[in-house]
Design a protein around this ligand. Structure first.
Ligand SMILES: CC[C@H](O)CC(=O)C(=O)O
Ligand SMILES: [Mn+2]
Length: 336
């Protein structure tokens, strides 16, 4: 088995956890230590990607591009990546990120909407960026549909396609079925991004590797939306025990995790009833915060709101419907 390429996502997915309030100093510290540990890719962006700083998604403390610049200054051999959701971020945002030093972009779309990534993938490739297609909510489409959409991203020029378990809803067999089909039919790298809502992030990442993925996302201290992502330092240690190479220094990652736990993590990143329900109901991990706000406003249990959102197949970018759903539930007394 070849080397596993890890992308550290705490400074992007973890942005949801800190209400998008990362400072340049925090970014610099985490990037410098992750780089010294040997992490090849480090993603730095608002939790919802470039252009995400808004009233709808939460205002960032610092402008994304300034955080990217701060990261690049101390990145050493690591590549700084940005996330881009077409419609939230623009081609102009992408160009600015490139000028700031980002050399990888992950273009994220809902799993059935890969066609909206064409322009962004082609532009990133023309600028010489490593370009990744990121199929969000991959649990919600059958493996054949994930393959068809991944093929589109490959045809636009993506260097890799990720199966993204945004809701943390996948079981081991779900991961295996999707990754192995992609591995069989694509020529590009296959990646996997997990959320730990069902406590399966590390196990699912291992299942992905076994099925042929060679790019895996990790988040130091699990810092990420919902119950967080695959805990980087744990994954690095487990892969080391399995004899799978990541080229990452375990002790340095453990030290960084201790720092993040003591200085950045607002509360332990454990599996709360809310984050568990997101995995159980199959809804977007970043919806939890919105569901809690809606719950307080309309007096409806946030777990009921999340289950209802799952039934309605609400997708990323439709955060405004969370309030609407809660209001309808309060008015009609919809029960689950
Ligand atoms: C809103 C973007 C989202 O957080 C991307 C991601 O990490 C996921 O879908 O899991
Ligand atoms: Mn995520």
């Amino acid at each position: 088995m070849g080397k596993i390429l890890l992308t550290e996502v705490a400074l992007r997915d973890g942005s949801h956890v800190v209400g998008h309030q990362f400072t340049k100093e925090q970014v610099r510290y985490v990037v410098e230590q992750a780089s010294k540990a040997g992490v090849p890719y480090i993603e730095v962006t608002h939790g919802d990607g470039l252009g995400g700083s808004s009233l709808q998604y939460g205002l960032s403390k610092e402008y994304d591009i300034d955080l990217v610049k701060a990261a690049v200054e101390v990145a050493g051999d690591s590549i700084i990546s940005v996330l881009l959701l077409p419609g939230i971020g623009t081609i102009e945002d992408l160009k600015e990120a490139y000028q700031a030093g980002a050399r990888m972009v992950r273009v994220a779309t809902h799993v059935t909407e890969a066609d909206v990534s064409k322009q962004h993938i082609e532009t990133a490739k023309s600028m010489g960026m490593e370009t990744i297609g990121f199929l969000m909510m991959s649990h919600s489409a059958p493996p054949e549909v994930v393959l068809e959409q991944a093929k589109l991203m490959e045809s636009y020029g993506a260097d890799a396609v990720y199966v993204t378990d945004s809701a943390g809803a996948m079981l081991l067999g779900d991961v295996q079925a999707r990754i192995s089909l992609l591995k069989e039919h694509l020529s590009v790298d296959i990646g996997f991004h997990a959320h730990n809502n069902l406590s399966l992030a590390v196990a699912n990442s291992l299942a992905a590797i076994e099925a042929g993925a060679n790019r895996i996302d990790g988040s130091v201290c699990c810092l990420g939306a919902g119950a967080g992502n695959t805990q980087t330092e744990v994954l690095v240690g487990v892969l080391d025990r399995m004899g799978i190479d990541t080229n990452i220094d375990l002790y340095r990652m453990l030290d960084l995790a201790d720092y993040v736990r003591a200085n950045i993590l607002p509360a332990p990143q454990d599996i709360t009833s809310g984050s568990f329900i997101m995995g159980y109901a199959g809804v977007y991990s970043s919806f939890l915060r919105h569901a809690v706000i809606a719950s307080e406003k309309f007096g409806v249990d946030s777990r009921d709101i999340l289950i209802e959102l799952g039934k309605r197949n609400v997708v990323g970018g439709q955060e405004d419907t969370i309030i609407e759903t809660a209001q309808q539930m309060a008015e009609k007394k919809v029960s689950v």
